[in-house]
Design a protein around this ligand. Structure first.
Ligand code: PLP
Length: 431
C-alpha cells in the first residue's frame, strides 16, 4: 500500500517509510491510498469471531500487502492480549470499554501495535530510531509501555508540567531503560509544537532518525479501527441503527472510526463528544475551522486547541463540510456538565465513568432516538483520574486497579525543559 501526504506536495511512500518517518516531508499527514471494503456478508457473521480474529481481518485490509500474514497475525494477537468488551450502562446505551490494557486507556491498542510494527521493520538493522511523543496524559504512558525494552528504539515523552494527573505521570516517568520523560514548561500544544518542529528541522533529521508515536503515525491510528468492528460485533441490539460516540481531542480515535465506516462498517453516524475545547464542534456548526489555544478541563486528554487529525477528516471527505457534518455530529460539555453526568450515572446505575467517557455517554443520552442504539468509547479507566473522580463521587468509590498501583511504586525520573524549540533541539543533539 502506498501512503500519500494530506498536503500532496511530496511523492507517495511505502508503509515502512510512513511508519518510521511519522510525518510526511511536507508536514502533511500520511493517508493510505486505498481503503479496502469488506463484503457485506462479513458483517453477517462477525459476531462469531473473537476480537483478535476480527482485528486480524481488519489489519489485513490495511497492512496485508506489506506484511506477511503470519507476522501480521502475531503483531495483532500480541497487541490485543486484552479485551475491549461492550458493557450495558442504561437502556439502549452501552460502553465500549477500552481500558483493559496495561496502561488502562485506549491508546494501548495503537501504542502496542505501533511498537510491534516498528520493531518488525527494524529487525536485523542497526538503525536507532528516536520516537518523539507529545502527551496530554495517556499517550505517553501507552507509547512508553508499548515500546519499553524494544531494541533499536529510544522514546522521548514530552508532557506539560503540572497538567497531567499523578497516576498518568508515573506511568511514563518511572520506566527508565529506553524511555526518557521530558517535563515541558508549557501546555500540551507546546509539546505538540516542539515535536512537529523537530520533524521539520533539517539539522536534527540529518543527525538522527526521528519518528512520531502520536496519532499522526499511521501505525498508531489505523489499528484503532479494530475495536469499532468489535463494537458492532458485540452490540446486543442489532435491530437498531448504531450510533458511536467518541470522546475526542486530537481526533485520531474518531478518524479511525470513519475509516471503519468507509470499509463498510454499518454505523449510522458518529458523535464527536468534546469538553469545552470546541474547535471541531464549531466547525461542524459553521464550516469554519478556527484553531485556538486549548483550555484546561477535567477531561484533560481532550484539551486540544488544534486537533492534528482534523486534516485527515477533511481529506477523507474531500473538504466537504456537508458530507462531514452528515456523518459526524458534535457536542461540547463544560466541566460542570461532565461532573453532573458522572455523578448521576454512578448514582443511578452504579456505572463509574471517567471524565472523558462522561462526555460520550451524555451525548448519547441527550441525542439518541428510540430506534437507535448508542455505544460510547470509554477511553480510560476512571482510576486514571482518581482525584477528579473521587471529588465527584466521594472518597473510596474509585477502586485502584492493581496495574495502576504497581506504577505508583516507581521512582519519578524526568528532565525539565523550556518550551522554546532551541532548548529542545540542543537537548536532543547532546543526548
Ligand atoms: C487521548 C484520549 C482521548 C482523545 O483521543 P483522540 O484520539 O486524541 O481524539 C480521549 N480520552 C482519553 C482518556 C484519552 O486518553
Amino acid at each position: 500500500m502506498k501512503y500519500y501526504s494530506t498536503k500532496k506536495t511530496v511523492p507517495e511512500v511505502d508503509l515502512k517509510t510512513a511508519v518510521t518517518q511519522g510525518l510526511a516531508d511536507d508536514n502533511g499527514l500520511f493517508m493510505p491510498k486505498h481503503i479496502e471494503k469488506f463484503e457485506p456478508e462479513f458483517f453477517d457473521n462477525i459476531q462469531n469471531l473473537s476480537f483478535q480474529e476480527i482485528s486480524f481481518e481488519v489489519a489485513k485490509k490495511f497492512f496485508g500487502e506489506d506484511i506477511e500474514n503470519e507476522t501480521l497475525k502475531t503483531i495483532v494477537y500480541d497487541t490485543l492480549n486484552f479485551d475491549c468488551p461492550v458493557v450495558s450502562v442504561k437502556d439502549n446505551i452501552y460502553s465500549l470499554e477500552l481500558f483493559h490494557g496495561p496502561t488502562l486507556a485506549f491508546k494501548d491498542v495503537g501504542g502496542r501495535f505501533m511498537a510491534r510494527m516498528l520493531g518488525h521493520f527494524l529487525k536485523g538493522s542497526d538503525q536507532l530510531v528516536n520516537v518523539l511523543v507529545a502527551t496530554s496524559g495517556d499517550t505517553g504512558s501507552a507509547v512508553a509501555n508499548g515500546f519499553l525494552g524494544v531494541p533499536g528504539i529510544h522514546v522521548y515523552v514530552l508532557y506539560p508540567k503540572g497538567k497531567v494527573s499523578p497516576i498518568q505521570e508515573c506511568q511514563f516517568t518511572t520506566l527508565g531503560q529506553n524511555i526518557t520523560a521530558l517535563e515541558i514548561d508549557g501546555v500540551f500544544d507546546d509539546c505538540q509544537r516542539l515535536v512537529k518542529s523537530a520533524f521539520l528541522d533539517a539539522e536534527l533529521n540529518q543527525k538522527m532518525t526521528l519518528t512520531s508515536a502520536n496519532s499522526i503515525n499511521v501505525a498508531r491510528f489505523l489499528p484503532q479501527a479494530f475495536y469499532y468492528f468489535n463494537a458492532f460485533a458485540r452490540n446486543p441490539q442489532k435491530d437498531k441503527k448504531l450510533v458511536i460516540s467518541v470522546p475526542s481531542g486530537n481526533f485520531g480515535n474518531l478518524t479511525a472510526g470513519l475509516f471503519a465506516k468507509r470499509m463498510g462498517l454499518p454505523v449510522e453516524r458518529f458523535i464527536a463528544a468534546n469538553n469545552s475545547n470546541d474547535i471541531v464542534f464549531n466547525y461542524l456548526k459553521t464550516g469554519q475551522y478556527n484553531p485556538k489555544a486549548s483550555v484546561q478541563t477535567i477531561a484533560n486528554a481532550m484539551d486540544v486547541g488544534d486537533p492534528s487529525n482534523f486534516v485527515r477528516i477533511l481529506d477523507l471527505y474531500n473538504n466537504s463540510h456537508e458530507a462531514i457534518s452528515t456523518d459526524i455530529k458534535g457536542y461540547t460539555y463544560s466541566d460542570d456538565q461532565i461532573r453532573e453526568t458522572l455523578k448521576r450515572v454512578y448514582n443511578e446505575t452504579g456505572y463509574l465513568l471517567d471524565p472523558h467517557g462522561a462526555c460520550g455517554y451524555r451525548s448519547l443520552e441527550e441525542y439518541l432516538s428510540d430506534d437507535e442504539v448508542g455505544i460510547f468509547l470509554e477511553t480510560a479507566h476512571p482510576a486514571k483520574f482518581t482525584e477528579t473522580v473521587e471529588e465527584i463521587v466521594g472518597k473510596g468509590n474509585v477502586p485502584l486497579p492493581e496495574k495502576l498501583a504497581a506504577f505508583m511504586k516507581g521512582k519519578k525520573q524526568s528532565i525539565n525543559l523550556d518550551k522554546d524549540f532551541e532548548y529542545f533541539k540542543a537537548f536532543l543533539l547532546n543526548e
